[in-house]
Design a protein around this ligand. Structure first.
Ligand code: ZN
Length: 78
């Protein structure tokens, strides 16, 4: 997912993220422009569902989707 810096409009990267609700995720982002380096927070939310199946994943086929809490990426903000 491409994140744009709100200050200098360069590319930014997602450093880490965590679930706020089952529909919303909070992400800590850092601008990749060395002259800027702004750190900011974004929210990604489910807006609407296009294909309404809602079936749970098959643990035999996709065991990684059946874990309760996903492991965050490297947390550079401690
Ligand atoms: Zn920036």
């Amino acid at each position: 997912m491409l994140i744009t810096c709100p200050k200098c409009e360069s590319k930014a990267r997602i450093a880490t993220s965590k679930a706020i609700t089952k529909d919303t995720r909070e992400a800590y982002c850092q601008c990749m422009n060395l002259n800027c380096g702004v750190i900011f927070v974004t929210y990604t939310s489910v807006c609407r569902i296009i294909e309404p199946t809602g079936k749970k994943p098959n643990p035999n086929l996709q065991p990684e989707l059946c874990k309760l809490e996903d492991v965050n990426q490297v947390d550079m903000f401690g």
